[in-house]
Ligand binder design. Structure first.
Ligand code: SF4
Length: 311
């Protein structure tokens, strides 16, 4: 499985939310793996990714490829990419990235990591036992659960604004322009329903990522679809049904441009929000998104929700 001796290995992984990525990096380091995260995602990172990917491919491929290029330029020689094992393009990102980067002349080893192969991959990279890896993974899971608890918590004092959408866009603060922080600064509480911990838990124990605590909404959500959809389309309908049932102040639907599952559920999201009289703001994100425009739309939206609350 491995060609590089582990002593000469510098492992990197793309950003997917600063806190999540740093926690994962720390856990890999605890296993004895030499990890070097890429420089934080900037406009330049995205430009590099855009230049080397198909124009119409879904957006997360572009910054993640840009992360890899910048990490390789900084001396990384082993790339770790998440593979959802799902039905969406994320499953194939690692292959597209590997093909593109080899074509650009980079020399490296690539590992796709998923729920089925996490133990052998981490063992190959660290040379440590399954038991120690499992312990570290449980520790990592506990850490991200703490992060997610904070993200999902509702406020009793401020208007709550639910966030649903594609996982990378909802979790990575550079990609969504720090939307949670912006909402908080505008005096509302973001309730980000897209939690990495649920994705991991459901991925390990089931084939679909149906929310375990909220089966009722999950069953209801399934009625909108003709079987599995990929990504988090089903989960997002389910989360939305729960949010409107609990009388959320408003909902933001975040999605990368040309995201298949999220564009597919758009009509259902629109109808559920309209029928429950819940304000909805949809924000598609790609390399052409202007932060100032996003801020203006967000300010207006939060103001509207505050006014409705006062009434
Ligand atoms: S969920 Fe959307 S953005 Fe993610 S891989 Fe699938 S199509 Fe692309």
């Amino acid at each position: 499985m491995t060609a590089l001796p582990n002593q000469t290995r510098t492992v990197t992984l793309p950003w997917m939310g600063k806190e999540y990525s740093e926690l994962l990096s720390q856990s890999l380091t605890n296993l004895g793996i030499n990890v070097q995260l890429p420089p934080l995602t900037t406009d330049k990172t995205i430009k590099v990714g855009v230049r080397n990917t198909a124009e119409m491919v879904c957006f997360p491929l572009k910054p993640t490829l840009g992360n890899f290029i910048e990490a390789l330029d900084n001396g990384a020689n082993t790339l770790l990419m998440y593979d959802s094992q799902g039905q969406c393009r994320l499953k194939h990102y690692c292959k597209i990235q590997e093909f593109t980067l080899k074509g650009l002349g980079y020399d490296f080893e690539m590992y796709n990591i998923n729920f089925g192969n996490v133990l052998p991959v981490l063992q190959a990279l660290s040379g440590t036992s399954y038991l120690r890896i499992l312990r570290e993974l449980f520790h990592f899971y506990g850490q991200i659960k703490k992060v997610d608890k904070r993200k999902i918590r509702w406020s009793h004092r401020k208007p709550n604004i639910g966030i649903i959408g594609e996982i990378f866009t909802c979790c990575d603060e550079r990609i969504n322009y720090g939307i949670e922080e912006k909402i908080s600064k505008l005096g509302a509480k973001p309730v980000n329903t897209v939690a990495l911990s649920s994705f991991i838990k459901d991925g390990f124990f089931k084939k679909t990522h149906l929310p375990t605590k909220t089966r009722r909404y999950g069953r209801e959500a399934q009625k909108y679809l003709n079987g599995t959809l990929g990504g988090h389309g089903l989960e997002n309908i389910s989360h939305l049904l729960e949010l409107v049932d609990k009388n959320i102040g408003g909902v933001i639907h975040l999605l990368p441009m040309s995201c298949m599952p999220e564009t597919s559920i758009e009509p259902f999201v629109n109808t559920i929000c309209r029928d429950s009289n819940t304000p909805l703001l949809r924000i598609p994100i790609d390399e052409n998104t202007a932060e100032a425009n996003l801020e203006t739309r967000l300010e207006t939206f939060v103001e509207l929700i505050k006014m409705r609350g006062e009434k």
